[in-house]
Design a protein around this ligand. Structure first.
Ligand code: SF4
Ligand code: SF4
Length: 251
């Protein structure tokens, strides 16, 4: 028994520090853009399988659509695109996720929610047609390493108990009504956080008879968390951003 205790205390705490010091994941990182090297040749836009890059008079990369496949990095002859991001930061608007930076601006209706919800946040997860990659990352936020409960955030089973709706998936047609009803079952003030490329933009699936255009096509999204899938740190960051706590003290 003493040796067990000795080993346990010798190991220290498994929980990561916050703000998160994220280890690089070069194989899954979104590209960084160097405007000084870009000659607008358009090779990246042609190679991108999800239409995340547009090159005409200027270069634009939509991080909400990017699935980190790295094809653009491989084909860029001037090395204007390179691996480097640990993860793409969540944002309050789709425009803020476009590189070079677009216009910001937050939904006025969300201001009250951010004031009222304070330090205790109950989250209902809704899978609206995901591959389950994002859902596993949400699951990981509750483990000992990421420990989302240290922020006063808890996942709940009913939208009636929830302050935030955490949406994953492309918002398939047959889940549109369920998503709307789930949102309607929540009491005010309420927030919506779209997790992953699918929910943030509908990417990588094209809009069709069964798949949709992401959560914002049905719900008033307050925060978009890019990534396919986003890392647990990005999901936690998105929730803290939704309630205006992102710059809070380390705990
Ligand atoms: S999905 Fe992202 S990483 Fe892949 S080619 Fe498009 S912009 Fe580049
Ligand atoms: S964003 Fe990627 S990981 Fe998440 S549900 Fe869509 S395809 Fe799966």
């Amino acid at each position: 028994m003493p040796s067990l205790l000795w080993r346990r205390f010798g190991r220290g705490s498994a929980t990561s520090s916050w703000p998160a010091v994220v280890s690089p994941r070069p194989d899954g990182a979104q590209p960084v853009f160097d405007a000084t090297r870009c000659d607008l040749n358009g090779a990246c836009a042609t190679a991108c399988p999800v239409g995340a890059i547009r090159v005409d008079a200027a270069f634009a990369l939509d991080r909400a659509r990017c699935i980190s496949c790295r094809r653009c990095i491989e084909v860029c002859p001037t090395h204007a695109l390179a691996p480097g991001l640990t993860f793409a930061e969540p944002a309050r608007t789709r425009a803020e996720l476009v590189v070079p930076a677009g216009d910001g601006g937050m939904r006025a209706a969300a201001g009250r929610a951010r004031r009222v919800l304070g330090r205790s946040l109950h989250v209902r997860h809704l899978d609206a047609g995901s591959c389950n990659g994002c859902d596993w990352e949400i699951n990981a936020t509750t483990n000992a390493v990421h420990d989302i409960q240290r922020f006063g955030i808890d996942l709940v089973a009913s939208p009636r108990h929830a302050d935030v709706l955490l949406v994953t998936g492309t918002m398939t047609r047959n889940l549109e009504i369920a998503a709307r009803r789930t949102y309607d079952a929540m009491s005010d003030p309420r927030l919506v956080v779209a997790v992953g490329a699918c929910a943030a933009s509908g990417s990588p699936y094209p809009e069709g008879y069964a798949s949709g255009r992401g959560a914002a096509s049905i719900l008033p999204v307050d925060v978009f968390v890019p990534g396919c899938p986003p890392r647990p740190e990005a999901i936690i960051q998105g929730l803290l951003l939704a309630v205006g706590r992102l710059t809070g003290p380390r705990r």
